[in-house]
Design a protein around this ligand. Structure first.
Ligand code: AMP
Length: 206
């Protein structure tokens, strides 16, 4: 079961991905987290992307696609992945389809967390105060939101044409959003089998 969690920055993708990891034995792949880790480690990659991230722009497709491919290769036995903050461009979505196809799998479901711009701007100012992420400052956040509308929202027709897109109200509280996501995954069949696999794994410690 491979799931893309889709939505603007601060829609709650990371929060919901973490809940799914706990519930369904899926691996969360957040390109934002990977890039922040590279920066924290002071690696060449981290140095290369720091300025771009601080300006609220997208790093190159090539960089994030390579990060994702690396993770797919490092986790060959995963029950599935939750893509969080990736893909963000049509080129990334095409590369993801190709990367999964070459490994005998596919994107099964794309869940869009629908939130209004005004409410995420107020959400983000709270996150800026509590977590202190430099790119959450109001000026940079506006640019990230603009990048979402310009580069990422055009992915919606891409996934809708594949019949994979479901919309969920991302304005509800965290547990309600999680319940809506669970319903989507359980009705498309795959989610249920993942849930069962998770149950047996917990029971037998595998
Ligand atoms: P996020 O935590 O997902 O909001 O990502 C933080 C920042 O990392 C973004 O504003 C971009 O600069 C960069 N980034 C994360 N994921 C991607 C991606 N898939 N494509 C391009 N840039 C990304």
């Amino acid at each position: 079961m491979n799931l893309v969690l889709f939505g603007p920055p601060a829609a709650g993708k990371g929060t919901q991905a973490k809940k799914l990891v706990a519930d369904r034995r899926l691996i969360q792949l957040s390109t934002g987290d990977m890039l922040r880790a590279a920066r924290a480690a002071g690696s060449d990659l981290g140095k290369k992307v720091a300025k771009i991230m601080d300006e609220g722009k997208l790093v190159s497709d090539e960089i994030v696609i390579a990060l994702i491919e690396e993770q797919l290769d490092s986790n060959p036995d995963a029950a599935g992945f939750i893509f969080d903050g990736f893909p963000r461009t049509v080129a990334q979505a095409e590369a993801l389809d190709a990367a999964l196809a070459s490994r005998g799998t596919q994107v099964d479901s794309v869940i869009r967390l629908c939130v209004e711009d005004e409410s995420i701007v107020s959400r983000i100012s709270k996150r800026f105060e509590s977590e202190g992420r430099t790119d959450d400052n109001p000026e940079t956040f506006k640019k990230r939101l603009a990048a979402y509308h310009e580069n990422t929202a055009p992915l919606l027709p891409y996934y809708s044409a594949q019949g994979k897109l479901t919309e969920v109200n991302g304005m509800a509280d965290i547990d309600k959003v999680a319940q809506s996501i669970a319903r989507v995954l359980d009705t498309n069949g795959n989610g249920n089998s993942e849930k069962l696999k998770g149950f047996w794994a917990r029971l037998f410690g595998k």
